[in-house]
Design a binder for this molecule. Structure first.
Ligand code: PLP
Length: 365
């Protein structure tokens, strides 16, 4: 038995009988860009999240960039976000000439600490980008409250939380516009890259769609400078099939997480699921002592693991210009030192979870 972080082969075995004829159908249709498959998936995704509009694009990074462009983010604007995330969240802010203003995280959920946001707001602040890290919601009521008070946009970076809930509401429906990544290993993943933006606002949806399509709203009439960012028809068709299975898959991830938690609660710091949240465990990340040694020990038994994320963004070379040294965001820095993600996916077996857990307990015994 070869344990995978995310077992794409087992997933494919489950969906093969539906995906293969569908892919052939798309190939035979001749519609590879846009067309009925994309439209059908966008409509299905919008209904699933409970918003009016879904706009496909090439990946979750583009989704963030286009969402910010649609909101009119410009050079010199400040965007508040978390330093404990994948680089795409802050990278896109910088690409647009805006500035990331980081705010430290809550030590239990690892999401941006809403109580620290207000102190980071300046006259240049335009938006807040919370990330629903590992598939668990940031505290959206508090974030939206602060945003409303100061007239700021909120963009949910929901790359990791598609299908998760906050107070019973779908993540991705709790802000002006939200963004999704369909990177293959995501809870809903394409067979390649893909992304999505979701919004209730007609005007924002139209702008995002226009920007993603070279800034044109009619063929060869370019109202603004945009980008070329498309969700391909084949990807949309595959995602449509997988979306039907997502709730079951997320529930299976939750069961796997519960088993890990029961096994590891006395040995490690297990993930905290806030009572307001329906966590979908995109990652099952624990905090441990001697993390790097543990990682090597597990690798010796064929157990893969990953670090999400080893260096908080304010300490990355790419953000040296922000002049934020070590100690700027102590909680993010501390979590980054001890966090490790274990294999989790809908097809992991109880035997695999127990084997991994036993090896971790053995390491600390
Ligand atoms: C929090 C977060 N934001 C944005 C992205 C970017 O998504 P993509 O890889 O589809 O560009 C990711 C992808 O891993 C992510 O985890």
């Amino acid at each position: 038995m070869k344990i995978q972080m995310v077992d794409m082969r087992r997933q494919y075995d489950e969906i093969r009988s539906k995906v293969e004829p569908k892919v052939l159908e798309v190939l035979e249709s001749g519609y590879y860009i846009g067309g009925p498959e994309l439209k059908a998936f966008e409509e299905k995704a919008a209904i699933y999240i409970g918003v009016k509009h879904a706009i496909g694009c090439a990946n979750g990074t583009d989704a963030l960039q286009i969402a910010m462009m649609a909101l009119g983010i410009e050079p010199g604007d400040e965007i508040i976000t978390t330093p404990f995330t994948f680089i795409a969240t802050a990278e896109t802010i910088k690409v647009l000439g805006a500035k990331s203003v980081f705010v430290d995280i809550d030590p239990e959920t690892y999401n941006i600490d809403p109580e620290k946001i207000e102190a980071a707001i300046t006259p240049k602040t335009k938006a807040i980008i919370p990330v629903h890290l590992y598939g668990q919601a940031a505290d959206m009521d508090r974030i939206n409250e602060v945003a409303k008070k100061h007239g700021l946009f909120v963009i949910e970076d929901n790359a990791q939380g598609f299908g998760a809930k906050y107070k019973g509401k779908m993540l991705g429906s709790l802000s002006a516009i939200s963004t999704v990544s369909f990177y293959p290993a995501k809870n809903l993943g394409a067979a390649g890259d893909g992304g999505l933006m979701l919004t209730d606002c007609d005007e924002l949806a139209a702008k995002a769609r226009m920007i993603a399509n070279h800034g044109q709203n009619e063929r060869y009439k370019h109202r603004v400078v945009g980008v070329n960012s498309r969700l391909d028809a084949i990807q949309a068709a595959i995602l449509g099939i997988k979306l039907d299975l997502l709730d079951k898959w997320n529930s299976d991830r939750r069961s796997a997480a519960e088993r890990y938690k029961a096994n590891l609660k006395d040995t490690t710091i297990i993930p905290f699921e806030h009572p307001d949240n329906y966590h979908i465990y995109h990652q099952f990340s624990i905090q441990v002592k001697r993390r790097d040694d543990l990682q090597k020990y597990l690798a010796d038994f064929g157990i893969p693991s990953a670090i999400h994320y080893p260096i908080p963004l304010h300490l990355q070379h790419a953000f040296l210009d922000l002049e934020l040294g070590k100690g700027s965001f102590p909680i993010s820095e501390k979590v980054a030192e001890g966090i490790i993600s274990l294999p989790i996916h809908p097809h992991i077996t109880e035997a695999e979870i127990d084997f991994i857990s036993d090896k971790i307990k053995e390491f600390y015994s």
